[in-house]
Design a protein around this ligand. Sequence first.
Ligand code: NAD
Length: 402
Amino acid sequence: MVYIAGEEMTHYASQLIVKEWIKPYFETGAWFEYDLSCVNRDKTGDQVLHDAVAKGAEIGAIFKEPTITPTKEQVEEFGLSSPLGSPNGAMRKGWNGITISRDTIHIDGVELGFKQPVLFERHAVGGEYGAGWKTVGRGKLLTTFHPEKGDPLLVDSRDLDNDHNVAVVYHNPLDNVTDLAHHFFSRCLESEVVPYVVTKKTVFKWQEGFWAIHKSVFDEHYKEKFAAKGLLDGTGGELQHLISDAATMQIIRWTGGNFGMSAHNYDGDMLTDEVAQVHRSPGFITSNLTGKREDGVMIKEYEASHGTVTDLWHAHLRGEETSLNPLGLVEAMIGAMQHGAKLELEAGGPAENFEKVMTWTTTLRKAMHNTFRYGQGTRDLSGPTGFTTEDFIKKVAWRLER
Ligand code: NAD
C-alpha cells in the first residue's frame, strides 16, 4: 500500500502507533512512503505530491495522515518558498475521486452519539472547492461557456452595482454521480439503512441533476430490493429527498441512526462534521475516498475525517498532557491494509496473505475497541479521567502482546 505521512499531532500519534502496534507484528517493507509535510513538499518543488498521487493510482490502496494546507501565516512560519495548494484536491482529481464515504464507527457495549450506523457519501469533486474568483468593482459580469464544438452559450449575465464584490464561478461535474449513487445505495442496502439524497434543489435549481441521477439509479436498480427489506415503509415506498438545511436538524434528532445521506461536496463537508460532533468526536468517523483507475480498478484512499489536531499538538509542544482518539486514524490504516490485500489477491496473490492480513487487522480493531470498552478510552469519550495519547497507545500495545 501507499503510506502518506502528514504532520502535527496526528503524525506524532501515527508514528507511535506504527512503531508500537504495527511493526512488531506486520511486515511493512512493501509500503511506499511519501512525506507530505509542507517543508518536504516545498523542498521537492511539490514533486513528492505528484509521486504520491502517481503511486497511489498504480497501487490502488492508500493510507493518508492528515496534512496541512498552509495559510498565508504558515507559509511564513514554515519558511516556504511559495504557497502550497491542497494536496487533498490534487488526490481527488488524480484518482478520479467519486465519493468520500464517512461513516460512524461503533464499539459494541459503548454508547456513542448514534445508536446505529450513519452512512454518508460526500461527492468528491466539484462545487466551491474548485471555484475561480476575483474581487471586482462596478460593471457587468458575463459567464460564457465555449463548447468543444458549436456556438458559445451565455450561462449568466449580471450587473454589479456595488463598489466591492466577489465574483465566483464553479461547476458540478455530474458524470460520476451514477457511480456514486450505486456505491451509496449498495452500501445502504448492505447495512440495511434508509437512504436520503440531500440537496438544496428547491432554491439552487442547478442541483436538480444530482438528485435526478440518484433517483433514476435507485428506481431502476434498488427500489425493489430496499422495499423487500422494509426499508421504504416509512418513506411512502419512494426514495426520499432531504433539503440540506432540514438535514442539519435531522442529524441532531435522528440519534437512533440507521440512515444514509448522499450530498454535494461542500454540504457533505459540513454535514459530516455535524455527524462527527453528534457521535461524540471526529475520532469516531471514517473517511474513505473511492476513485476509479482508467482500467476500471477501484482506487481507495483511507484517512481520518479530522485534521492534524493542531490544538493538541501545541499543547504537546508546551509539555502538557494530550488525549488524541486514534480510532479514525487506525480504521483508515486497517482499511488500506485490507484493500491492499484484496487487490493483491485479485491479482493472483496467495490466499494465505489475504487471510493473514484480515485476521491481524481484525485483532488490532478488537484490541482498540476492548480498550475503550473497559473504560480505558481517550478523553473525548471518557472525560477528564480518560487516557492520554501515549497511555492509550501503550494500553493497546499491551493488549496486542497478549
Ligand atoms: P481538526 O479536525 O484537526 O480539529 C478540530 C477539533 O476537534 C480540535 O479541537 C481537535 O482537538 C478536535 N479533534 C479532532 N480530532 C480529534 C481526535 N481524533 N481526538 C481528539 N480530539 C480531536 O481541525 P482543525 O483544527 O480545523 O485543523 C487543523 C489542521 O488540519 C489545519 O491545518 C487544517 O488545514 C488541517 N486539516 C487537514 C485535513 C486533511 O488532511 N484531510 C482535514 C481537515 C483539516
